[in-house]
Design a binder for this molecule. Structure first.
Ligand code: COA
Length: 176
């Protein structure tokens, strides 16, 4: 879109996105996503309706997951790593941001729809470069954590849960 429309029209379109439930999600799209795109630090995709309004967006990238304070057992670590039950770091696809546009009335898009788009993109990336797991970092909010659990994600318990503002969750994308 950035290439097709150019930066100014893209910025205008992004300015119509609103996510009062999570200001970080709104701010990333409006203030950072274009810079992240240009510097190849993350890819942001918009999900548009037939009129061209943004229904939702997501950003994907990759990140090394550090297991230092993660309360995972050895079989969980081995499944994440693929080889090593003592692995300390795991390469993962990262869902950096996702959210729906609350300024669109009767916006029926759901997390399931957004995740389906994300899985499709990550499937293509995985065919090219491999990859076993997708992670996301979400607010330490029980309702949000439960929502992701309902969609198949597992919360990584840590030894410093109380102090953590962001919690990491993961989902496997490899069978073995
Ligand atoms: C995440 C999202 C796409 C899910 O959409 P959905 O499948 O249609 O589900 P809903 O919006 O009905 O949310 C389901 C429940 O999740 C919880 N929830 C969703 N986002 C939340 C947030 N940011 N903080 C706390 N709880 C949240 C709420 O309990 C909500 O129930 P409620 O409507 O009774 O408040 C959408 O809620 C959203 O855009 N949220 C704001 C952005 C966000 O927080 N993204 C996650 C970043 S990790």
């Amino acid at each position: 879109m950035l290439e097709e429309l150019g930066e100014e029209p893209t910025t205008r379109l992004l300015s119509l996105f609103s996510c009062p439930r999570n200001p970080d999600v709104e701010n990333f799209l409006k203030q950072k996503s274009i810079a992240f795109e240009k510097t190849h630090n993350a890819r942001t995709r918009l999900i548009l309706d037939e009129q061209g309004s943004i229904l939702a967006y997501f950003s994907v990238s990759f990140k090394e997951l550090v297991l230092e304070s993660a309360a995972l057992n050895k079989s969980q670590v081995k499944r994440l790593d693929g080889f090593n039950k003592n692995a300390e770091r795991i390469r993962a696809f990262l869902i950096g941001q996702l959210g729906k546009n609350f300024s669109v009335q009767n916006n029926r898009i759901t997390l399931a729809d957004i995740l389906a788009e994300i899985y499709s993109i990550i499937h293509d990336a995985r065919e090219l470069v491999g990859g076993r797991v997708i992670i996301l970092e979400c607010e330490n909010n029980p309702a949000l954590i439960q929502l992701y659990r309902d969609h198949g994600f597992t919360l990584i318990e840590t030894t410093d849960d109380d102090k953590t503002e962001l919690r990491t969750m993961y989902i496997h994308i490899a069978n073995q």
